[in-house]
Design a protein around this ligand. Structure first.
Ligand code: NAD
Length: 473
């Protein structure tokens, strides 16, 4: 687009969505400007020795909004990382956190590196050095800025970051809260790995129970029997597809970087994952046909299209050909601004990234809380809850004279453990946020799509927090 970089295009889209929502509010223009701009960006170039030679790597950390601290957002490893892209992603984080009532400002980081062609040793050196650069500038810490995994990074990189931080801040009780998405054995939380995908499932489930929406789309209620095409079989795409499949969704197509596969009768997501792990590719999966250009799959017939790989995947060139009734934005920014216009005109229902993939940051928030309190969720109450439930079951048995079977008894007296509590908090968050957006659409009839509603709701909340800080009395 006019030689515009992908990052610039992405940032322009995010700003456009904000402006669209802002014009429906009565918020002071100065406050709106402050809410929109990126508060700070740090760029650093650092050397790392690779095979006896010095290689210079570029790292970025953008903190979009300091209206609440810490700031929060993932770290992306990709050779395509650029400043505009990182700012766009940090901006989305601010609004995402506000929408789902996670008390953080938005941030994002990136390192220009290809994690697939870089050895684990070099990845570790780069990660630890990047973390050290952030520590030097006080740009990381449990009360300052808390990174998490994103595209190209995982719990492994988060463990390296936590360890590096701990080395510098030895003795700091809350040190583990400097980063989220860590392995469970190193201060992580159960349920974080699948959180974004599970949140997507909860969001889709909610939308498919929304009578007004499903009537407009001529769909019957519930996820069961709906046909879905997924782009990206990574953390987000795999888990979202897995939980949807558990609820009866038929996954007919999967698009990956090496190509796509299609089977109108459905693909078993776990089996495809296993096939990819073993053969190195999703292609040639038994019973499915290969799709050479995986982008073509985005325009195949289906009820739900789940882009869960990268931004700018549906643009002005392919939007008109999209046949899905629902687009579930698992990735950040998979639909460009120009494409959105076309899709909305076609009557496609768009579940925006801001809402739909907020499960990751929600559970990251729970992990941070766990790290600050230094206790596993459920540790104090689980046994007490079980004892109380046991007494109730015993009383029912003795008063009815009937014995409840061992299996049922086990289920009834189960006290909530960490996974149960995390999932309960996540489910509640996704349901509440969905209805908040729908309420905006009811209260402000000029807002007639979910993305504008999400930005509107988040902007109102951020404006209130600026007022309560006394920044704009
Ligand atoms: P990931 O690295 O685990 O997975 C990405 C997948 O996309 C990989 O399997 C990769 O091979 C595939 N892919 C790359 N290029 C592709 C292409 N051109 N066509 C098809 N597939 C392609 O990353 P992830 O964590 O799943 O993140 C995916 C998206 O979700 C990103 O936009 C990220 O910002 C967003 N997101 C992630 C989280 C999280 O918790 N991980 C939370 C919110 C949003």
């Amino acid at each position: 687009m006019n030689g515009e970089t992908q990052g610039k295009q992405f940032l322009r889209s995010v700003h456009h969505y904000f402006d669209e929502a802002a014009r429906h509010t009565n918020i002071d223009p100065g406050i709106l400007e402050q809410i929109k701009v990126c508060n700070s960006v740090y760029k650093v170039n650092f050397p790392v020795e690779v095979d006896g030679k010095v290689v210079v790597y570029e790292g970025i950390r953008a903190q979009h909004s300091h209206h609440k601290l810490p700031t929060k957002g993932g770290i992306r490893y990709s050779i395509h990382v650029d400043e505009d892209e990182v700012i766009a992603l940090a901006t989305l984080m601010t609004f995402k956190c506000a929408l789902v009532d996670v008390p953080f400002g938005g941030a994002k980081g990136g390192v220009k590196i290809n994690p697939r062609t870089t050895s684990v040793e070099v990845l570790e050196k780069v990660t630890r050095r990047y973390a050290s650069e952030l520590i030097k500038k006080n740009l990381i810490g449990p009360g300052m800025d808390v990174p998490a995994p994103d595209y190209g990074t995982s719990s492994r990189e988060m463990a390296w970051i936590a360890d590096t931080y701990h080395t510098f801040k030895y003795g700091e009780t809350n040190a583990l809260g400097c980063v989220t998405g860590k392995p469970v054995g190193q201060g992580g939380i159960r349920g974080r790995t699948e959180a974004t995908g599970l949140g997507i499932y909860y969001g889709l489930r909610e939308a498919l129970q929304d009578t007004e929406i499903i009537q407009k789309l001529h769909l019957n209620s519930g996820l069961s029997g709906k046909r879905m095409i997924v782009q990206g079989l990574g953390n987000v795409g795999f888990h979202a597809a897995y939980f949807c499949q558990q609820d009866g969704v038929i996954i007919t197509g999967i698009a990956e970087r090496e190509g796509g596969i299609f089977n109108p009768n459905g693909l078993n997501i776990q089996e495809v994952f296993r096939h990819r792990t073993e053969s190195g590719s999703i292609l040639n999966y038994p019973g499915a046909s290969n799709v050479e250009n995986s982008l073509d799959l985005l325009t195949y017939e289906c009820d739900i299209l789940l882009p869960a790989a990268l931004e700018n995947q549906i643009d002005q060139h392919n939007a008109a050909d999209v046949k899905a009734k629902i687009i579930a934005e698992g990735a950040n920014g998979p639909v460009t601004q120009a494409a959105e216009k076309i899709l909305l005109q076609k009557g496609v229902f768009l579940l925006p990234d801001l809402y739909l993939n907020a499960g990751g940051v929600t559970v990251s928030y729970f992990e941070w809380l766990k790290n600050l309190s230094n206790v596993r969720f459920g540790r104090m109450g689980k046994r007490a809850e079980e004892a109380s439930l046991r007494r109730i079951v015993d009383t029912i048995e003795s008063t009815t004279g009937r014995s409840i079977g061992a299996k049922e008894r086990k289920l009834l007296i189960h006290g909530a453990d960490e996974t149960d509590l995390v999932r309960s908090g996540l489910e509640d968050t996704m349901i509440l946020a969905y209805h908040e957006m729908r309420e905006v659409m009811r209260q402000t009839p000029s807002v007639n799509d979910l993305r504008t509603a999400a930005f509107f709701d988040a902007t109102q909340k951020i404006a209130v927090s600026y007022h309560s800080l006394g920044i704009f009395p």
